[in-house]
Ligand binder design. Structure first.
Ligand code: MD6
Ligand code: FE
Length: 212
């Protein structure tokens, strides 16, 4: 037993296939956030409508050739931002590089995301257990980058009732899931009060996918 035996290793693969890359985006975070500001200046964060008839608590936007959209009819991907009717902002090179590096580190070579979904969580918001199933290409993984205040991520299995593991995702952490776990249920538990030196009381999540 050494002093650090309770510290999780930097890279960890869980039984369900989820790969956790602690701090993988930490050095890139200032660049990612600067590029993020350029994206949201063109395509602002907004609350998408759910098919259930109420807006999501999490605010969303996208960059890349496809963006994730929701309305009263359901969820899907669009080449245009429904708010501006313009194409989504291009995916910044810093986003693409990080996503490809993370995927490769997690064992997924040749990840070529065409969509980056950007989510902003305030304190008290959450994302219920769901699977990411609106994409066309399930052979490619999901890469998820956490910035700002921490949140508890749940990652379960093929059935909603499969008991999820919980991982605290901090600023700069990256998780990757693909292959057999590509369609597994996951979510974010209610974000607790906290402050991040750069992002204040917000959590930003970037999720990269091959959607088209
Ligand atoms: C997260 N996000 O925020 C995980 N999925 O760490 C998601 O699983 C997610 O934010 C689909 C759409 C938006 C999301
Ligand atoms: Fe998801």
């Amino acid at each position: 037993m050494d002093l650090f035996s309770n510290v999780e290793p930097t890279h960890q693969t869980y039984a369900t296939g989820l790969v956790y890359l602690r701090g993988f985006a930490l050095n890139n975070a200032p660049t990612l956030l600067a590029d993020l500001n350029q994206v949201i200046a063109v395509a602002p964060l907004r609350s998408m409508m759910t098919p259930m008839g109420y807006p999501m608590s999490v605010a969303t936007t996208s960059c890349g050739s496809l963006g994730w959209v929701g309305d009263a009819k359901g969820y899907g991907y669009s080449h245009v931002d429904p708010q501006s009717l313009l194409p989504w902002p291009a995916m910044p090179e810093s986003f693409l590089q990080l996503a490809e590096n993370a995927a490769e580190t997690a064992g997924f070579k040749d990840f070529c995301p065409d969509a980056c979904l950007i989510n902003q969580y305030h304190i008290g918001t959450k994302m219920g257990l769901h699977r990411d199933k609106d994409e066309r290409d399930f052979t490619q993984p999901i890469v998820s980058v956490s910035l700002g205040i921490p949140a508890r991520f749940q990652f379960g299995g093929n059935k909603r009732s499969d008991k999820p593991i919980q991982i605290l995702l901090n600023h700069g952490d990256v998780v990757v899931w693909g292959g057999a776990s590509r369609m597994y249920y996951h979510g974010i538990m209610t974000v607790q009060a906290n402050t991040h030196p750069i992002l204040g009381n917000k959590r930003i999540n970037l999720t990269f996918r091959k959607a088209g």
